[in-house]
Design a protein around this ligand. Structure first.
Ligand code: ZN
Length: 121
């Protein structure tokens, strides 16, 4: 087992708790492949080793615990704005996965399509 750092390990553990929607077997560690590592971002491909169906490519932010710089002017937001944002569910791995499946089609230089700060967890 290669050690890719805590972030990748956490992703592996996460997907090993998920079940393939085609054959209902859990994903295995061997099916979770680290494609690319960027500062703060891991790109993984998840494939079901039992039936061979690919789940897709996930781009996952790995700096979840770090407080990012808050956008300027946040304190000037109205209370209503804050409530509106508070209603939004937190981004989960699943959201990240589905939201970024289309990046698969963009090719290897997908990163340039990402506005700065887009990939956050
Ligand atoms: Zn399967």
């Amino acid at each position: 087992m290669g050690d890719h750092g805590g972030g990748f390990q956490a992703i592996q553990e996460y997907f090993q708790q998920k079940y393939c929607r085609f054959c209902s077997n859990p994903f295995r560690q061997e099916g979770i492949e680290l494609l690319r590592q960027e500062p703060g971002v891991l790109v993984v491909r998840v494939t079901c080793n039992s039936c061979g169906h690919p789940l897709g490519v996930a781009i996952v932010g790995t700096n979840m615990r770090q407080e990012r710089h808050k956008p300027k002017g946040l304190s000037e937001w109205t209370k209503r704005d804050k409530q509106r944002l508070a209603d939004k569910p937190k981004i989960t791995y699943d959201d990240v996965l589905y939201a970024h499946q289309f990046f698969q089609a963009l090719g290897s230089d997908w990163a340039k399509h990402l506005p700065e700060g887009t990939v956050q967890a």
